[in-house]
Design a protein around this ligand. Structure first.
Ligand code: MRU
Length: 359
């Protein structure tokens, strides 16, 4: 199996892997318009907060590259960009990265209204801005991964023991980002210096990002002792094995450190606390919303019952049963040991101070 490039942008054309079909089929689909971008995000053909934002913005770029001649002036181009962003942020409401990039791109487009000499110049600037997201995200992830790796190395080990065992949920790797990953980026950095002893992955019902996507990345990368566990096996695992730390991603981190992430993250955090296992959230600053004072303000997306009652189209539940299917939960800051960002690792108490002085 070859490493996967989830998002490909080349010569004004956007292609993404249809993650609904992984790991059994690798099919790339073209995204030619903002609406196609919205649909792919909403159906979870692309998922993971950073990847959602990148594909959302690049869907604007793809439509612009295709329809370059329809804008008569800079104002109509600016209106198109703002309307497209307003639409894109509705596709997956919990993942805050799309909103963060929407704010940045709106501001940038606004500034171009006064600085651009022509529509073509403004359009080229917007295309370059969107393209740059891929490079920036990759660089951010590598830095974040290395900070996390250094933090894990500081955890105490019994004499003579070498290497660290980690546990994670969902998929936060190459498939969820421009490449490298956030929590899986920490795993990657640890593996690069031969200090990864093992990685436990929760299968992550109902969408199976753990068993379909993280397990795929683990096999491709050859991570040692990469082991899939059922979501309900965390307590048994932590009570019987040596796991050094949990590393998880984030869809939105509030100013006080409360973190929304894939459903099941909260119970993983509770069980880590009960077994004295360190619990780290890995979040690029684009996943941090300092305007929210706590996790109570984070909107939680609910997914259709069908995603619970069937797996890959095969029914697995009694027909007629009611379902409660939130895609995310909020882990309170008190359960979080540290938040690993591209600027360093901060306790929830220090997060706001540290991040606000850097963005
Ligand atoms: O529903 P998903 O697959 O988009 O959920 C993804 C997660 O919860 C990830 O942990 C988060 O987006 C961070 S990805 C780097």
């Amino acid at each position: 199996m070859a490493p996967l490039e989830a998002i490909i942008w080349h010569d004004g054309q956007l292609r993404i892997i249809d993650q609904l079909l992984l790991p059994f089929k690798t099919v790339y689909i073209d995204i030619k318009s903002v609406q196609e971008g919205w649909d792919a995000i909403q159906k979870m053909q692309v998922r993971g907060a950073p990847a959602i934002a990148i594909v959302g913005c690049l869907s604007i770029a793809a439509e612009l590259a295709k329809e370059s001649s329809i804008f008569n002036d800079c104002t109509s181009l600016h209106t198109f960009v703002c309307d497209s962003l307003a639409h894109l942020i509705t596709a997956r409401p919990t993942a805050v990265n799309m909103k963060a990039e929407a704010l940045r791109l709106t501001e940038y487009s606004c500034s171009l209204l006064t600085t651009s000499q022509s529509v073509t110049e403004m359009m080229n600037s917007i295309l370059a801005w969107c393209e740059n997201l891929l490079k920036m995200d990759l660089a951010t992830n590598k830095t974040l991964g290395d900070w996390g790796m250094q933090k894990i190395l500081q955890l105490s080990k019994k004499d003579g023991e070498d290497g660290f065992s980690l546990i994670t949920i969902c998929n936060t790797g190459s498939l969820a980002t421009a490449g490298y990953g956030t929590a899986l980026g920490v795993v990657r950095s640890l593996h690069a210096i031969k200090k990864l002893k093992g990685l436990y992955m929760l299968e992550t019902r109902p969408y199976m990002q753990g068993s379909r996507l993280s397990a795929y990345e683990a096999v491709v990368e050859g991570w040692p002792n990469a082991t899939l566990i059922c979501d309900g096996a965390v307590g048994a695992l932590l009570s019987s094995s040596q796991v050094d730390a949990a590393v998880v991603g984030a869809d939105c981190v509030a100013a006080n450190g409360d973190t929304a992430n894939k459903i099941g993250t909260y119970q993983l955090a509770v069980l880590c606390a009960a077994h004295h296992v360190k619990f780290f959230v890995c979040a690029p600053t684009s996943s941090i919303n300092l305007k929210l004072s706590s996790g109570a303000g984070i909107p939680i997306e609910h997914r259709p019952a069908l995603e619970m009652t069937s797996v890959a189209g095969v029914p697995v539940a009694a027909p007629g049963i009611a379902c409660w299917n939130p895609a995310f939960d909020v882990t309170p800051a008190r359960l979080i040991t540290g938040i690993i960002t591209e600027y360093g690792v901060f306790t929830p108490e220090k997060l706001e101070e540290e991040i606000s002085s850097r963005i």
